[in-house]
Write a protein that binds this ligand. Structure first.
Ligand SMILES: *Cc1c(COP(=O)(O)O)cnc(C)c1O
Length: 254
């Protein structure tokens, strides 16, 4: 038996709509920005394996989770293991050193988007050797706290280059792929471009100039259900979308 709210949600329709909107936003994106085709991450936190399998069967491959325990549980779900062989799990929650082993043991872990300190980078780098397959590096994004909110993780924008440099120089097991931000919720875009997205794009510019990296190879993960199209127009290459695909989540307990 599924609950009423699960029955109401048409995942295939939701995915199709989001993918069409992404395509249209790409067409509006400034031609001066790197023309990287955006990757859609379906954020499935709190949602049951059944809905993940449904999205997978509709063609979705990238999924995001915020909590290590929940990710470990879902990624080891026998039905998901059997039916979703090419699933790519993205960890988008707070990366803590005491949960690194559980995180790295996740089958089909594709990327950790939330490197926020030298310490977590070093721990992932050291432990990955035990979990990697075929000597593949672990793909990582560096998280930037663009809105400087205390409740949000990530390095402050001016510290971004230093952390990226640390990953490049001292973490041979990690493959630096880009920058990620959460930013403030419910920004009113009638006031102009979202400053969080502009800041993240500026951080990328600086990182690439100072460390001599090709800007076309450094991604930006930004944008969620309410603003993924806006984020793409401002250069997002990865958007993390949950509720418009899987339905609203219950409000967070305080
Ligand atoms: C929950 C979450 C999302 C998706 O949020 P929606 O508003 O449901 O699209 C994206 N990124 C992170 C880091 C999240 O925690």
């Amino acid at each position: 038996m599924s609950t009423a709210s699960e029955q109401e949600i048409d995942i295939m329709y939701g995915l199709k709509t989001v993918l069409t909107n992404i395509e249209n936003a790409v067409a509006r994106r400034s031609k001066e920005l790197p023309q990287i085709t955006p990757r859609l991450i379906a954020v499935s936190k709190i949602k049951p394996p059944k809905l993940i399998i449904e999205a997978y069967e509709a063609g979705q491959r990238d999924f995001g989770e915020n909590y290590v325990n929940e990710l470990a549980e879902k990624s080891n779900d026998p039905e998901i293991l059997e039916k979703c062989k090419d699933i790519r799990w993205h960890f988008i929650g707070h990366a803590q050193t005491n949960k690194v082993n559980k995180l790295l043991g996740v089958p089909n872990l594709f990327m950790v988007q939330t490197i926020h300190s030298d310490k977590i980078a070093d721990t992932l780098n050291k432990q990955w050797v035990k979990y990697r397959k075929e000597n593949e590096k672990l793909k990582v994004f560096v998280q930037v706290n663009t809105s400087l909110e205390e409740a949000k993780n990530g390095v402050e924008p001016p510290e971004t280059t230093k952390l990226v440099e640390h990953v490049l120089k001292n973490c041979p097991e990690l493959d630096f792929k880009g920058l990620m931000t959460i930013g403030q919720y419910d920004y009113d875009t009638s006031k102009g471009p979202n400053p969080d997205f502009l800041t993240l794009a500026k951080c990328r510019q600086e990182v690439c100039e100072k460390l001599n990296l090709d800007i076309n190879k450094v991604e930006l993960s930004m944008g969620m259900s309410t603003d993924y199209e806006h984020a793409i127009e401002l250069g997002a290459t990865t958007v993390r979308v949950g509720s418009v695909i899987f339905g609203a989540r219950p409000p967070k307990k305080q």
